[in-house]
Design a protein around this ligand. Structure first.
Ligand code: ATP
Ligand code: MG
Length: 420
């Protein structure tokens, strides 16, 4: 057995693939940064009580998937399984909602931890980019977030994703539906654990992924038939605004989500090339969450998109991101004196913003040219004793193989001009 092994359910991001992850985070956050969302960063762990209250005691995330632990000082903490509760906690702590400028719009990017059964697209450490708009009830805000996520996926070149949309009602109409659903579910043939779930969180039973359970749910009452007039009107407005933006979505009256705190607008982004881990992102409105964690009433809406699954979706569609080569110029010194001279050139190129790298370790010409090739650089600078004696370096264009002697003192300007 190898000594070097990442923990089960985790993997490392390594070059060159890691560049794709950076590009995905960049692409998802770009529309947010362009729409009034400010960047927020919170700790990787929180008091376990925040998630217990905020995500919900009856959710899989809290009961099965959370990395909870006691510190040496006796604090009960948990690695964050999701971002919303932390972001809301931080906003409340800093009183961002009192600055008189609602909604507070925030975006984040980071690592999340869930003790899950590892599978393709399901890991114990994964990465999300998310957005939260806190403190406003306005269908345009729900629509904005869905439109921005759609824009983000499209900007990456993804096409085979679908947007599923539903409304979960509010504290007025949801209890009526909940009771009707409980009555229906109690008549089904379900295992002990699922029966318990009927009491604490019946909507979650609708989200059960097992086929034998799904088969029994065909005639389950649907929330849409129970929505109050206010929820209906709100949902219609969200739908109209998304449609007017040209964003295609599907009404999915069975869509519920894993977290307890959702109200009204609920949506999920699914990708058809991913097999069973098809959700690339999801979100919705969470009007009651602030009060659940002890804050004031702050109706809010947000989403989180999974970076890992988005990368898998890109692969599934065969999308190649147009990533610029990380190195433009590669310097190959032959001998001590050339090493000093070219190292100086590389330093000045970098100071001028040109991506440059160097053949380290005293490589011979052959190995150094191989390294130059691997770097993807457009130009290689080669210099040996004879070149330096003449005050020049050889500037080689890698694609054509064309080589020119350039005076050492003007090579930085020459390279910059050619790259411009
Ligand atoms: P699923 O139903 O697949 O378990 P979820 O409803 O638990 O997803 P969310 O809590 O909504 O997922 O998280 C938002 C996104 O984060 C998901 O759509 C997915 O892309 C990603 N995600 C969630 N859990 C994992 C995981 N264990 N590994 C990789 N990505 C994940
Ligand atoms: Mg899950």
């Amino acid at each position: 057995m190898s000594t070097f092994k990442a923990p089960k359910g985790t993997y490392d991001l390594l070059p060159p693939d890691s560049a794709t992850y950076l590009a995905v985070r960049e692409a998802i956050s770009a529309p947010l940064r362009n729409s009034g969302y400010g960047y927020i960063e919170t700790p990787g762990f929180e008091d376990v009580a925040l998630f217990a209250r905020g995500v919900g005691e009856s959710t899989d995330i809290v009961t099965k998937e959370m990395y909870a632990f006691e510190t040496k000082g006796g604090d009960q903490l948990a690695l964050r399984p999701e971002g919303t509760a932390s972001v809301l906690r931080a906003a409340l702590e800093a009183s961002l909602h009192k600055a008189g400028n609602l909604p507070v719009k925030l975006w984040y990017s980071g690592s999340y931890y869930r003790y899950e059964r590892p599978q393709k697209g399901r890991y114990r450490h994964f990465s999300q980019v998310g957005a939260e708009a806190i403190g406003a009830e306005d269908p345009a805000l729900d629509a904005e977030l869905i439109i921005l996520a759609d824009q983000a996926y499209r900007s990456l070149g993804l096409r085979e994703f679908r947007i599923l949309l539903n409304s979960l009602g509010d504290q007025e109409c949801r209890p009526v539906y909940r009771a009707a659903l409980q009555e229906f579910l109690r008549g089904l043939d379900l295992d002990e654990e699922t029966r318990r779930r009927i009491d604490i969180n019946p909507l979650r039973v609708l989200d059960d992924k097992r086929a034998d359970v799904q088969k029994q749910l065909t005639d389950a009452p649907v929330l849409r038939d129970y929505l109050c007039d206010a929820c209906k009107a709100y949902h219609e407005e969200v739908r109209a605004l998304i449609s007017a933006a040209g964003v295609v979505f599907e009404d999915d009256e069975r869509l519920v989500r894993g977290l307890d705190y959702y109200t009204r607008t609920t949506f999920e982004f699914v990708h058809d090339g991913l097999g069973s881990q098809s959700a690339v992102g999801g979100g919705g409105r969470y009007d009651g969450l602030s009060e659940m964690i002890g804050g004031p009433a702050l109706p809010s809406v947000g989403w989180a998109l999974g970076v890992d699954r988005t990368v898998l979706a890109l692969r599934a569609e065969g999308v190649e991101l147009d990533l610029p080569s990380p190195t433009s110029v590669f310097a190959v010194p032959l001998g001590e004196e050339a090493r000093r001279a070219l190292f100086g050139v590389v330093t000045r190129l970098r100071q001028d913003g040109v991506a440059a790298d160097f053949a380290y370790g005293g490589k011979g010409l052959k190995a150094a040219m191989k390294a130059a090739n691997r770097s993807g650089a457009r130009y290689t600078l080669v210099a040996g004793e004879r070149d330096l004696a003449e005050g020049v370096v050889q500037l080689k264009e890698m694609e054509s193989g064309e080589q020119t002697a350039v005076p050492l003192d003007s090579v930085v300007a020459e390279v910059a001009a050619r790259l411009a």
